[in-house]
Design a protein. Structure first.
Ligand SMILES: *Cc1c(COP(=O)(O)O)cnc(C)c1O
Length: 381
């Protein structure tokens, strides 16, 4: 028999009612959220097999197809953040022994290398200095040298602020019998992106960057070419939670229970995608471009320079070189504590060298650009 001494107050802690500061999130994500999204998120959850929830899932799939410009049947939201959707992509695409070529030109390229290796891929890399992108010619040469089953590229490298051009890449891949995976985490909802027209086979994203939604449910899409590879696997996908052959039965007509979906995160995702559709993709992409250009010229007026060539600069994330003799961390700290504005420092190779400024989704607005430039000028002086 177990004897206890009863409930101990040792484990009791004193807490106050939640009160978070009103930050302006101008870093690499999360970004601030349209109040409409927060309000959708606070609606009471229904069951994950409730007919009204199943109808909402179908709406998410249609709204995602619009945002991504795709007809892919297997277009869903993965439960978890962008990294879960990234893991889902690799788990379902990579079979042990597949040659997987990864374009590494920043932090997230390295994460793809790590994950593809864990799923048994024979991983090869092509690299570029952080802040640059691959030319079509370089991609062609590497496809010819490595003859991969899969090429994985990051469209919008959030660690560097560079946008990888994708037109023509899939044609090369498909000529070589290779599938194309694209990380669209910082491009979906902010940067021109055409899944079908560009021939992308698998793509994933997140909710808290260009879509302007809290983190939690992450877009995923897969072409029929990729589904065919999946269906021909001799062994099951080695990740049960993210196995698309199982998830497709929950998101498809069979509605087979798999796991309890994060209901409220999907309420939020639906609302943020509705906002994307209402605004219109072209309008939204233009808005991101215009506000980024306003930021870039304001930075130039402050004597600051951007790390990425103008031609390949992302509108959703700008890397700014920290001038010699300036303590980058101290400036970011001051912006946060004195102005409630969050920006980020550099990652990896760019650590200590750049600030990262995000203008994503709901946050991509002229008044935010002005607030930041004004605060930055004051703290740098
Ligand atoms: C943020 C990010 C991820 C990871 O997404 P999380 O939502 O943080 O898990 C992956 N790739 C890129 C390019 C990102 O910017």
């Amino acid at each position: 028999m177990v004897t206890t001494t009863g409930i101990s107050d040792r484990y009791r802690i004193e807490t106050k009612q939640l009160d978070m500061p009103p930050r302006l999130l101008l870093g690499p994500g999360p970004a601030n959220v349209n109040p409409r999204v927060l309000s959708a998120m606070s609606i009471s959850p229904v069951g994950h097999l409730d007919p009204t929830y199943l109808a909402l899932m179908d709406e998410i799939r249609d709204l995602l197809r619009y945002a991504w410009q795709t007809e892919n049947e297997l277009t869903i939201s993965v439960s978890g953040t962008g990294t879960a959707a990234m893991e889902a992509t690799l788990a379902n695409a990579v079979e042990p022994g597949d040659v997987v070529l990864v374009g590494v030109k920043g932090y997230f390229g390295n994460r793809l290398v790590d994950m593809a290796g864990r799923y048994g891929g024979d991983v090869r890399t092509m690299t570029k200095p952080w802040g640059q992108v691959f030319s079509l010619e370089e991609i062609k040469t590497n496809l010819e040298n490595h003859k991969p089953a899969i090429l994985a590229l990051v469209h919008a490298e959030t660690s560097t602020g560079a946008c990888q051009p994708l037109e023509g890449v899939a044609d090369l891949c498909h000529q070589h019998g290779c599938l194309l995976i694209v990380d669209t985490v910082t491009s979906l909802g902010g940067v021109p992106l055409y899944i079908d027209e560009w021939g992308i086979d698998l793509a994933y994203s997140c909710s808290q960057k260009g879509l302007g939604c809290p983190p939690g449910a992450s877009p995923f899409t897969m072409s029929s070419r990729a589904v065919e590879k999946l269906n021909n696997r001799p062994k099951p996908v080695p990740n049960w939670y993210l196995d698309m052959t199982l998830l497709a039965k929950y998101w498809g007509e069979q509605r087979v229970y798999h796991h309890t979906a994060p209901i409220n995160s999907n309420y939020a995702l639906r609302e943020s995608l509705r906002i994307v559709a209402e605004e219109g993709l072209e309008q939204r992409w233009n808005r991101h471009q215009q506000n980024a250009e306003m930021l870039w010229s304001g930075l130039a007026e402050l004597g600051l320079s951007c790390h990425v060539d103008r031609e390949h600069r992302l509108p959703t994330l700008t890397t700014v070189r920290i001038p010699d003799g300036v303590d980058g961390k101290a400036i970011a700290r001051k912006l946060l504590t004195e102005y409630n504005i969050e920006i980020a420092g550099g990652l990896g190779e760019l650590g200590g060298k750049v600030w990262r400024i995000g203008l994503m989704g709901y946050n991509s607005r002229p008044e935010n650009v002005l607030l930041l430039l004004d605060a930055l000028e004051k703290v740098i002086k």
